[in-house]
Design a protein around this ligand. Structure first.
Ligand code: AMP
Ligand code: TRP
Length: 342
């Protein structure tokens, strides 16, 4: 009969992002910018982590709008539903199902050590009006591990702040495999060399964040060019007046990091380019580079937002594919644990 053909499966790249606002320049440079490049050589799975977003109370209407916008943004960034899976997490029930199972293979102690939980719990507890340190916030990494492990993902492109969550996902996978044999691929984090940690333009000692109370510190991907330029022109720097990377120069370091990530230039080349020039020139150049980078993304985003039926067709297709791939892993895990499959 025919020779046995061994089909090697491509490696898989997976990442999700929460629809808690329009993504920021930090989300883009730290994670999303690189996602489309994986489509050629990897099987890719990218999605909107709407289940994760309710660990903080969400307004229902706003959540619906932001989920749609974020999905449109993923397409605008070049993710192609014909090349890979582009889906919405809550459309695929296997995530919640495996998430529960993994809760039972994760220790209270290890979840207690997660810095994101500690930060968010402290923030919530401080705010009397938003006292909401809920169990979901605590077990969040188990759902994230489920997102990753369901697809046998090899690499997970994320910003530096997710490194600890990736480590716990690996620990959970190894623990489960240790008990039951190889069920899950143990994933690797893929953290970009430049842009992994973009800081606030107003307080460069803090991460640029969607939830920054000062909107001047955060560049959103849909900001108009004039708004972007204004934010860069008013970025906090220092009194030294020399564009070089160094200690105590958090503001300039951050602007150089952004410029390097957008233009691909090295830090040395940037220092040379701006030798003898003032911060004003440098800030304008960074603003211009970011505006030019985002312009085509914004155009595509606006087009997709005008075609809701296309978006809907894409996320329906994404959900069907994601369900099919992830169900296999869920069944395998359930069988190993001792559940009766119907
Ligand atoms: P989130 O907004 O928390 O859903 O994050 C989505 C992705 O963006 C994750 O991979 C984060 O690591 C990344 N990310 C978030 N904020 C930043 C930042 N300021 N700099 C670099 N990457 C970031
Ligand atoms: N926790 C991630 C964040 O806040 C979002 C996320 C959810 C994620 N599930 C994931 C990232 C799976 C990578 C893989 O940024």
């Amino acid at each position: 009969m025919s020779e046995e053909v061994k089909v090697e499966r491509k490696k898989r790249s997976l990442s999700l992002i929460q629809p808690t606002s329009i993504p920021t320049l930090g989300n883009y440079l730290g994670a999303m910018k690189g996602w489309s490049a994986f489509q050629e050589e990897y099987d890719t799975i990218y999605g909107v982590a709407d289940l994760h977003s309710i660990t903080v109370r969400q307004d229902p209407q706003k959540l619906r709008r932001q989920t749609t916008e974020l999905y449109a943004m993923l397409l605008a960034l070049g993710l192609d539903p014909d090349k890979g899976i582009v889906f919405i997490q809550s459309h695929v029930p296997t995530h919640s199902q495996l998430g529960w199972l993994l809760n039972c293979y994760t220790q209270f102690g290890e979840l207690s050590r997660m810095t994101q939980f500690k930060d968010k719990a402290a923030k919530n507890a401080e705010n009397i009006n938003a006292d909401n340190v809920n169990a979901g916030l605590f077990t969040y990494p188990c759902l994230m591990a489920a997102d990753i492990l369901l697809y046998q993902s090899d690499i997970v492109p994320v910003g530096a702040d997710q490194k600890q969550h990736l480590e716990i996902a690996r620990d959970i996978a190894e623990r489960f495999n240790g008990i039951y044999g190889k069920v899950f691929t143990v994933p690797e984090a893929y953290i970009p060399k430049s842009g992994a940690r973009v800081m606030s333009l107003q307080d460069p000692t803090r991460k640029m964040s969607k939830s920054d109370p000062n909107p001047k510190g955060t560049v959103y991907l849909t900001d108009e060019p004039g708004v972007i330029m204004k934010k860069f022109r008013s970025a906090v720097t220092d009194s030294e007046m020399s564009v070089h990377y160094g200690e105590g120069k958090d503001g300039i370091n951050n602007l150089m990091t952004i410029y390097a990530a957008v233009t691909g230039k090295t830090m040395d080349a940037i220092e040379q380019e701006f030798a003898g020039k003032g911060y004003g020139d440098f800030k304008t150049a960074v603003g211009e580079a970011v505006i030019a980078e985002l312009e085509p993304v914004q155009q595509r985003f606006n087009q997709f937002m005008q075609d809701k039926s296309y978006l809907q067709a894409c996320w329906t297709k994404g959900a069907d594919l994601a369900q099919r791939v992830s169900q296999r892993t869920l069944d395998k895990a359930m069988k190993k644990i001792g559940f009766l499959l119907k």
